[in-house]
Design a protein around this ligand. Sequence first.
Ligand code: ADP
Length: 471
Amino acid sequence: MEILHVSAECYPVAKAGGLGDVVGALPKYQNLLGHVAKVVMPMYRTKFLYTNDWEVVHKGGSSLGYSWFEYTVIKEKNNKLGFDLYLIDINGLLDREKVYGYDDDTERFTSFQIAVVDWLAQWQHKPDVVHVHDHHTGLIPFMMQHCYAYHHLKNIPSVITIHNAQYQGWMGWDKAHYIPTWDGWKWGQLDWQDAINPLASGIKCAWKVTTVSRSYLDELKYMSNGLEDLFEFEKGKCSGILNGIDTAVWDPQTDSYLDNHYTVATAAAGKLANKEILCKQFNLAIDKPLIVFIGRLVGEKAADLLPQAIGDSLYYIGQKMNFLVLGSGEPAVEQQLESMRGSLMGYYNSQIGYNEKLSHHMYAGADFLLMPSRVEPCGLNQMYAMRYGTVPIVRRTGGLRDTVKDIGEINGYGVCFNNAAVGEITNAIYRAVTLYEDAKKMQAITEQLMNLDFSWETSAQQYIEVYQSLR
Ligand code: ADP
């Protein structure tokens, strides 16, 4: 089958979170299964653009409301990522360093989607499926079906995957003219609660909807930032497919970011060597369990609870453990995590910002990874941690529920708790410290974790089955 993935992110070209990891890996694994998967994304000004070779494959133009824009499609020449990669350049809108966070994101991603559909309309042949990801590409199924200029695309099946339903791309009806002339009777396919809602439109118009874990799909029916009724109504075409991890990139035996590689057999020494580097760099004690947090410092990740949970743990359990936090996000949380460094020196440290290399070091060198998330559609961090023999401490929600089994259960290998509350996090940390003190059990769990299989093979095949059901 030929699959065209459309996404705002794709690792290593541009990544802001898990979406980038997924779109950087899934197409590669679909190709390994004998299909032809391609990716098209915006041409941001990132390092990958300047360090690879490109050819121009198409030039075109379209309008965004009353203004005309020209776009160029370029293709990476050497199949660096294991799939055909196309970037769309639109001067003045997409030629930026960051993926998101600009005042004109609505204009940026609407014009990107128009350019994708306009380009697709010129293809000599058609792909078997167009697979869009999250709200930034959620208007594409609508455009393929209801824009007069693109009517001949309406029989191409489309699938939308929801990586995060908290963000929906809302835009006012005053921007309806941005979308190329469309059948006005179909306004209901764009609308949700009196606004144009690209995510809701994607759910309504795509032929199938997938979420990145089964538990997340169940949760969306009662907690999806206003879309609960829509998920209930459309449940017949929804399914949950757990993300995999790219085991070629995330491998403690070969990871190019690590100074000390290790296998299951050498995990004890390998992890300790990586921990030593971290402890030196961040002034922490090597003989205490190292508990880390990596991620966006936002409410969804319950990052606001970290300062008190860390403080309470050190106070009530005793100074038996160390903490290291890597992340960026809400300024108030960043500030709190920075200001705690002084009073908790020697037990706690943090680095505010995005640092891919440090994150790999932390997955490898830590003893535990804490994820108290309020919402976690799938979560990749816990799977990376487990691949590196690091025990996850997670709240039972979304993909965390589907991937981590508590040590209290038969063959369990993680520490789980039910509520995103300081008391429950502190209690989970207490259980983790107790586990750490049982060296034999800790080693057995490390081995068990590293032997778990979170690779993409199974999930990539499940997506193919979804596409095949549409033929
Ligand atoms: P989300 O997409 O909701 O942020 P995921 O768990 O799906 O969460 O994916 C997060 C990805 O982003 C992981 O690869 C994680 O290592 C990475 N990441 C998040 N924050 C940082 C950071 N500050 N520095 C380096 N990597 C980070």
